[in-house]
Design a protein around this ligand. Structure first.
Ligand code: GLA
Length: 399
């Protein structure tokens, strides 16, 4: 089935560019199990890769030109975007082509010997659902270029270059979680990442073997304020770290939290949009969330995956009440899941829309999904898209 998709992508490349590609590479979307809005605070995260992937068919070019084409690019009528490498400038292209262009730019900025390429993409990662379709696009591109130009870069380095593309070229101030998940996850595992020193551990997460299921609930909500509000949260955390005299909020130990909060002024930080958190609530979220990641790992290591459920639900409450990045649909998905007997549920990713994850007994999965769908209908929301997350593999060459 996967081979068939890779062959189809290679065939489309041949139709678009008139010759077979040198290869086909894949990178997955992700959900985050726990550890939200911690990755830009030097904290802990625990994503897992989805089976949904972005495929990149690619060939090198010798004339300093980058051509990109997407099977999903309805807006551009499926046209080829053509860019000169020496003319690539940050924020010069607002469309999706900025992601692959940014990766080439970041590699060249790092002094890596990367030339032009023809690229054709085909993706099954839902766009705008908080499942990191951008990181999948970036990392598939980075891995393809790494292979085409024999760079021999580590997976983590590819993720860092992809993040730099997104931060400095596209202009989104994201952390390192999504790109690392796309580059480094392995099948059957969640990836524990310490975003300070980038130490990794693959934590076995055999849902099926345990009789469990992790449902993804795509609310289909895309919050327009998402980008600005994300940057505001990040700035607030940096403000909090400065006020506490630490390098990053990661440095505030859980046991020190009450004292740290006492030392911070109350009231909203200046410049924040109405409805955002105050700095104390933001600090409380980050410090308790890092603690929850450690607790989740301890419970998984103890062979008790069911016991992580309450930690997921606590994490959601913290994102909703303290960090204020949830929305009505995400809250409803989590509440309906809980009322229907799920073990735990939380929003996943940046928030303001996107997706939730729900941990359920396999036998109850359909009933819980049905109850969430009913709750959405009763509230007058569009029907959510619900599917199981099976921990998949990170980026790889297919052909
Ligand atoms: C988005 C960002 C990540 C991370 C999450 C929140 O997905 O891209 O870097 O900050 O939000 O945990």
């Amino acid at each position: 089935m996967k081979d068939q998709r890779a062959r189809h992508t290679a065939e489309r490349f041949r139709e678009v560019y008139g010759a077979a590609p040198a290869g086909v590479w894949a990178a997955p979307g992700r959900v985050n199990l726990i550890g939200e809005h911690t990755d830009y605070n030097d904290g802990f995260v625990m994503p897992l890769a989805l089976p949904h992937t972005t495929l990149a068919a690619a060939s090198p070019r010798t004339d300093g030109v980058l051509r990109v084409h997407s099977g999903d690019d309805g807006s551009a009528g499926g046209q080829i975007a053509e860019l000169r490498l020496d003319a690539l400038r940050p924020a010069s292209d607002g469309g999706w082509a900025a992601y692959p262009a940014g990766v080439v730019w970041a590699m060249r900025e790092a002094g890596l010997p990367v030339g032009g390429a023809d690229l054709h993409y085909d993706s099954t990662v839902p766009v705008g659902a908080g499942l990191s379709s951008s990181a999948a696009l970036e990392v598939a591109t980075a891995l393809a270029l790494d292979d085409l130009y024999g760079l021999g870069l580590s997976r983590q380095r590819l993720a860092q270059l992809a993040q730099r593309a997104e931060n400095a070229f596209v202009g989104v101030p994201c952390g390192i979680m999504d790109q690392t998940a796309a580059a480094c996850c392995t099948e059957g595992h969640a990836l524990f990442l310490d975003t300070r020193d980038l130490a990794q551990r693959q934590v076995p997460f055999d849902l099926a073997g345990e009789g469990l299921r992790l449902l993804v609930v795509d609310t289909r909500v895309k919050h327009e304020l998402g980008d600005g509000a994300y940057a505001q949260r990040r700035a607030l955390c940096e403000f909090g770290a400065r006020a506490l005299g630490v390098h990053a909020l990661r440095d505030v130990q859980y046991a020190q939290l009450p004292a740290a909060l006492d030392g911070l002024a109350t009231g909203p930080a200046d410049g924040g949009p109405a409805g955002g958190p105050d700095v104390r609530a933001a600090v409380r979220h980050v410090v308790t969330e890092n603690r929850r990641v450690e607790e989740v790992i301890a419970r998984l290591d103890a062979g008790d995956p069911r016991a992580i459920g309450p930690l997921l639900t606590d994490g959601h409450a913290s994102l909703r009440d303290d960090f204020r990045v949830s929305c009505a649909e995400l809250d409803l998905a989590v509440a309906a899941a809980g009322a229907a007997g799920a073990l735990g549920a939380r929003m996943t990713g940046g928030g303001f829309g996107g997706s939730a994850v729900v941990l359920v007994e396999e036998a109850a999965a359909d009933a819980v999904a049905g109850r969430i769908t009913q709750a959405f209908a009763a509230a007058g929301h569009a029907a959510p898209r619900i599917f199981p997350a099976v921990p998949g593999a990170g980026a790889r060459r297919l052909v």
